[in-house]
Design a protein around this ligand. Structure first.
Ligand SMILES: CC(C)(COP(=O)(O)OP(=O)(O)OC[C@H]1O[C@@H](n2cnc3c(N)ncnc32)[C@H](O)[C@@H]1OP(=O)(O)O)[C@@H](O)C(=O)NCCC(=O)NCCS
Length: 400
């Protein structure tokens, strides 16, 4: 391959995004430029250059990711793209090679990403690690099995106040939810609460609701009201971009608020966890359309460090033989404390399968039943499941 892969110079960082932007079929506007400049870390954006022209690019966020029982530094590959003029010549493979080696050199145990297409990343050792869902409800069928009454205040706030209040709730939820990552003030301002034209897709402006109790924020919602009126009746739609509560009561209350907004015929919400509380809150759960798809993909870049970084439910141990073609430094047998061992293995699997189990999104039993885990010691799958078990499904409420 004559195409050169290298770290983008600071003045090339935006050009590195153009290959993926080509696929959006939209101009790369000044707003996108500003956000990219602010949020993409220096020195982590790669370009693929063919005879002086940038034909491919990839970058990575630096994330502080919640894993079961802890937090870990993770690379978050993003804006991966190769122009259609240069597709299927191995440029993505080279970008992935350079990126994963860099993540390894930096000592980040994990890389996590959202995949545009399911077929791309397994070959590089990423495993599907969570399920993400979209929900659609028609308002006449949104009664709760047990009605809730929020004892505190609910207020619509301007973006400045949202910036001050919402992180307080998010941080509490993120601390106990594998798959969520810390957001800095810039991230909140430039991404989560930014009402950019292209995200609006012709819908209403972003609205911010805060639910407080004793002066403290307990839940929030970021949503749009897409107003419409058809044949003399209101047929609008509430589009929920993000809603969460720090307690069960606050979570129920924020959803009650969203489901009760007048004039709206339906409510749509994206990027929900598979175990979303609405399943049990709603009286007529079967009226909710809940479409599931892939969520976060996890790549253990340093298997030992990644195993050591999470906690396990109970004492015990299983010895896991990990095969990793793309990152041969991982090819070894491991105890759950992350140490390499020569003890006979109880389970054998490829690194992508371990990525699928890592956040608790898939059980070792599920992986075994699809041939992705080989049980070498009878009962080891059940033992591993007991140890890897987590209290809640992994959830990443945004695509990056
Ligand atoms: C996806 C994309 C980056 C692939 O780039 P590329 O340079 O053509 O990929 P490569 O030639 O390096 O292919 C590497 C391997 O991935 C496979 N592959 C590439 N794109 C794939 C896709 N969309 N689905 C499934 N497999 C794919 C190739 O067949 C090849 O397989 P092999 O290792 O078995 O030979 C490029 O097509 C693109 O930019 N697509 C649109 C934007 C996008 O989806 N980006 C990813 C964002 S998460």
């Amino acid at each position: 391959m004559t195409v050169e892969i290298r770290v983008a110079d600071p003045d090339e960082r935006l050009a590195a995004l153009r290959p993926i932007w080509h696929y959006f079929g939209a101009p790369f506007g000044p707003e996108e430029e500003r956000v990219a400049r602010m949020l993409l870390p220096e020195g982590r954006t790669l370009v693929a250059v063919d005879d002086g022209t940038i034909v491919g690019g990839a970058s990575a966020f630096e994330l502080d990711l919640t894993v079961p029982g802890g937090r870990v530094c993770a690379a978050g590959p993003t804006v991966v793209g190769v122009l259609p003029t240069h597709r299927r010549r191995g440029i993505l493979r080279e970008l992935m090679r350079v990126q994963i080696d860099d993540v390894h050199d930096r000592g980040e145990p994990l890389a996590v990403l959202w995949a545009s297409e399911g077929g791309i990343y397994g070959r590089f050792g990423y495993g599907l690690a969570s399920i993400s869902a979209d929900a659609e409800l028609r308002r006449p069928h949104t009664r709760f099995a047990r009605e809730v009454e929020w004892p505190g205040a609910t207020r619509l706030v301007a973006v400045d106040e949202a910036l001050a209040l919402f992180p307080q709730v998010y941080d509490r939820v993120a601390a106990e939810t594998p798959g969520m990552f810390a957001r800095g003030a810039e991230w909140w301002e430039q991404r989560t609460l930014a009402d950019s034209e292209w995200r609006r897709e012709g819908g209403g402006e972003l609205a911010f609701a805060a639910l407080e109790l004793d002066g403290r924020p307990e839940a929030y919602a970021v949503y749009r009201l897409n107003f419409s009126y058809t044949d003399g009746v209101p047929t609008g739609k509430t589009v929920v971009l993000e809603a969460m509560g720090a307690t069960p009561a606050a979570t129920a209350a924020v959803w009650r608020y969203l489901l009760d907004i007048d004039w709206m015929e339906s409510v749509e919400a994206e990027l929900l966890p598979i175990d979303h509380p609405l399943h049990l809150l709603l009286l007529e759960q079967n009226r909710m359309k809940f479409r599931v798809g892939d969520g976060l993909w996890v790549r253990l870049v340093d298997v030992g460090a990644a195993l050591a970084a999470r906690s396990y439910a109970g004492d015990g141990d299983v010895v896991i033989a990990v095969a990793d073609e793309f990152c041969p430094w991982n090819d070894a047998r491991y105890s759950l404390d992350g140490s390499k061992t020569t003890a006979p293995p109880d389970l054998r699997l490829d690194v992508d399968a371990l990525g699928s189990a890592y956040l608790g999104g898939f059980t070792v039993g599920q992986l075994a039943r699809t041939g992705r885990v080989e049980e070498l010691t009878p009962g080891a799958v059940e033992r591993a499941d007991a140890l890897f078990r987590t209290g809640r499904a992994p959830w990443t409420p945004e695509i990056f």
